[in-house]
Ligand binder design. Structure first.
Ligand code: NAD
Length: 360
């Protein structure tokens, strides 16, 4: 039976980078006889324009029925002033929560060819390979009550809520330990247990889960220290597990260690490894429509999809090898360009990966 993949290009650079990822996916589909059927729909601002909401019910139904989802990115300044409940990012939060995609895997791998593109010294980042496991459907981005109001004295105030239940922490901790087990057997849990009640529960539950993983070395770190350690000595980390907001921030920080956020894929998985795959970056409105965005994070998201949702390790490896080969050829989009390399646009980069994959 064929496998259904729903493609949601989104906004800004989303459609540009997705066009390249789809070329690579279609070639992998033919070359490895994967039996995928692709269908397309809208999410975010594009969905707001077409359906009047950032995630239409019919799109959500298609996403539920699909075996995996490939997403570009959502958001843009043209939707900044609309009703907050209809903003593009709300569509993204809704699809993640409605599909129960609670585990966000964000690898930060430094390709040796890009050591010069990192903002840190090559010896600090050479060989870097970190996996950040971010809780994705709980915490402060979803907590209620959340409110913005005007006080009696006329001053504006606003607040958010940061809730975590024991079961939410337990299931993401398990993902962290499971990932550590198949990698370097080291897990660092990041929290703010010196200040936040939610983090104190986080730490206690992670300790409990650790009893089932005696082979994994567990450490805890406060998020402010983790932010510092990531730029001081990032290779001390193997797998990091953390909450929604801390993971959002730390994974963007980790991305710069690798040269560019344009290189970083991600997977968001449910309890059965059904997943939505997307680059870590946003819709980059500042460069949208110029044909210069880096499509490699989205192409590498295809590789994660093949590996995690379809157990097609050989095809996933081939895509990663093709990306590495293109970097060996010296091709670079603007975000990873440096002296002595060849600057190319989005489509040329995608075509080069397709050619490299074809010739493997
Ligand atoms: P961003 O990731 O879109 O851009 C940050 C910087 O990185 C920009 O200078 C951009 O040009 C650059 N960049 C990002 N991706 C790139 C790529 N593939 N190639 C080359 N350069 C790239 O973050 P932002 O500017 O904070 O947010 C822009 C919009 O994206 C906002 O509306 C935000 O809400 C949204 N956003 C969406 C997602 C998502 O869809 N998952 C994630 C983050 C931000």
């Amino acid at each position: 039976m064929s496998k259904q993949i729903l493609i949601l290009p989104g906004d800004g650079i989303g459609p540009e980078i997705m066009a390249e990822a789809v070329k690579v996916l279609q070639l992998a589909n033919d070359k490895f006889d994967l039996g995928f059927e692709l269908s397309f729909d809208q999410l975010g601002g594009a969905a707001y324009e077409q359906y009047g909401v950032p995630l239409a019910d019919e799109t959500l139904a298609r996403a539920r029925a699909a075996d995996a989802i490939l997403l570009g990115a959502v958001g843009g300044p043209q939707w900044d002033a609309i009703d907050p409940a209809l903003r593009p990012e709300r569509g993204l939060l809704k699809i993640r929560s409605q599909l129960g995609l609670f585990a966000n895997l964000r690898p930060a791998i430094l390709y040796p060819q890009l050591a010069d593109a990192s903002s840190l010294k090559p010896e600090v980042v050479a060989g870097l390979n970190i996996l950040i496991v971010r809780e994705l459907t709980g915490g402060i981005y979803f907590g209620s009550p959340r409110e913005s109001r005007v006080l009696e004295n006329g001053e504006r105030m606003a607040f958010d809520t940061l809730p975590y239940s024991e079961s939410e922490i337990r299931r993401i901790a398990r993902v962290g330990f499971d990932m550590a087990r198949v990698r370097g057997s080291k897990l660092c849990s990041v929290d703010k247990a010196n200040v936040l009640a939610s983090s104190q529960l986080w730490r206690a539950v992670v300790e409990e889960v650790a009893r089932d993983y005696p082979d994994v070395e567990l450490s805890h770190m406060y998020v402010d220290n983790a932010a510092m350690q990531l730029v001081r000595a990032p290779k001390q980390f193997d797998v990091m597990v953390t909450d929604n907001m801390f993971g959002d921030i730390l994974s963007d920080e980790a991305s710069m260690l690798t040269g560019s956020i344009g290189m970083l894929p991600s997977a968001s998985l449910d309890a059965n490894n059904k997943g939505m795959y997307e680059p870590c970056h946003g819709s980059a409105p500042d460069i949208a429509g110029q044909g210069i965005a880096n499509p490699l994070a989205t192409i590498l998201s295809v590789s994660m999809m093949l590996r995690y949702s379809f157990s097609q390790g050989q095809a996933a490896d081939a895509i990663e090898q093709a990306v590495s080969k293109v970097l060996d050829q010296g091709l670079r989009t603007g975000d990873i360009h440096s002296a002595g390399t060849t600057r190319v646009g989005t489509a040329a980069m995608g075509d080069a990966v397709v050619e490299a994959l074809r010739s493997l």
